[in-house]
Design a protein around this ligand. Structure first.
Ligand code: NDP
Length: 317
């Protein structure tokens, strides 16, 4: 049962606080929409668990991910965006004129325009041992937890840019890093592949899948299987990192918003409009191709402009 503690009507509600959400907030505030932004469970989003960002234009020397998100937030606040902590837990988009969003199950926000910028979260392998040892040696964020494994031997699963970047990060802290790759090639960009392959203390275990992460109180190793030969083998590690991609944080919208099979929101080509009037989507929640801070920020700008035009057309702005 929902225990409603408060309700409020706003003209533009933004859900999410990564580059997409904050950029939408900057544009919506400057357009006079008085946006209210709820940060979600991880204020600042995925960039807060990154180290150096080198490819965001405007930072010629690079910037730390968490600092970049503080900069975004401060810029949005400067124009009057109302930024609040809270997680959107339920929505009702059945009335096209006034959308309902519940925050933390107890606050109802009603708004004619909603910008979804909820991003994506790390995927897991789905093993029982992975769940049981999560936080006890199993992690999906090398940058957050690598420090605990200084001078130890660790493993990381995945062959994409994230896995390569994190393996490279871990190689500087740890004695040795095993990369567990399920195929015979990496998915990562050439520059990242070269970096990993030329790092002496990174060993790539090709064609390998994880059967079990070993350990009772903490990780002691992993049981792997070579998918080509069918042979099982074990490695001794004290840390086990998972970097196999992300899934969009769109579950709460699924009864109302059109999505693809993976849960990415479908927007109308050339816009951020969804199938529901007045609801717009931007950032990684609707992008499974580019997934960059700069593209998320660009689509956040588009969403705010689309929301402003929508409210103007409806005579609400
Ligand atoms: P990706 O989807 O690119 O890669 C996921 C990797 O995990 C693949 O190697 C995949 O294998 C593997 N994988 C997936 N599921 C499993 C599983 N169940 N078991 C074992 N392995 C699995 O995700 P990333 O997070 O690496 O990157 C996402 C996007 O972000 C990409 O576009 C990437 O380029 C970008 N990015 C860019 C960076 C940069 O420019 N500095 C840094 C980090 C990310 P398979 O290849 O066999 O499918």
């Amino acid at each position: 049962m929902l225990l409603l503690m408060s309700s409020e009507k706003v003209s533009c509600l933004i859900i999410g606080s990564g580059p997409a959400g904050y950029t939408a907030a900057i544009y919506a505030s400057r357009a006079g929409l008085s946006p209210v932004l709820y940060t979600g469970g991880q204020p600042g989003g995925q960039l807060t668990i990154t180290t150096e960002v080198e490819n965001y234009p405007g930072y010629p020397e690079g910037v730390q991910g968490p600092q970049m998100m503080i900069d975004f937030e401060n810029q949005a606040r400067r124009f009057g965006a109302d930024i609040r902590y809270g997680l959107a837990t339920k929505v009702d988009f059945s009335d096209p004129t006034l959308h309902k969003v519940w925050i933390d199950d107890n606050t109802l926000i009603e708004s004619p325009s909603v910008i979804i910028a909820t991003g994506a979260s790390a995927k897991w392998l789905g093993l029982e041992s992975e769940q049981r040892l999560n936080g006890y040696g199993v992690s999906a964020c090398a940058v957050c937890d690598g420090f605990f494994f200084r001078n130890q031997v660790v493993a990381i699963v995945g062959g994409g840019d994230t896995a390569c970047e994190e393996a490279s990060y871990l190689s500087k802290l740890c004695k040795k890093v095993y990369m567990i790759v399920r195929r015979e090639e990496l998915r990562a960009s050439q520059v990242m592949q070269n970096r990993v392959k030329s790092t002496p203390n990174i060993e790539i275990l090709w064609n390998s899948e994880t059967e079990e992460i070993l350990g009772e109180q903490g990780v002691t190793g992993a049981k792997l299987k070579n998918v080509k030969t069918g042979e099982s083998y074990s490695i001794d590690v004290t840390g086990f990192f998972v970097a196999i991609g992300h899934q969009p944080n769109t579950e709460i919208f699924k009864d109302f918003i059109n999505m693809d099979n993976a849960g990415y929101i479908q927007t109308i080509k050339g816009s951020t409009k969804t199938n529901v009037e007045g609801v717009f989507a931007c950032g990684d929640a609707q992008d499974n191709i580019y997934r960059q801070a700069i593209t998320a920020a660009g689509s956040g700008c588009m969403a705010a402009l689309d929301a402003e035009r929508y409210l103007t057309e409806k005579g609400l702005h």
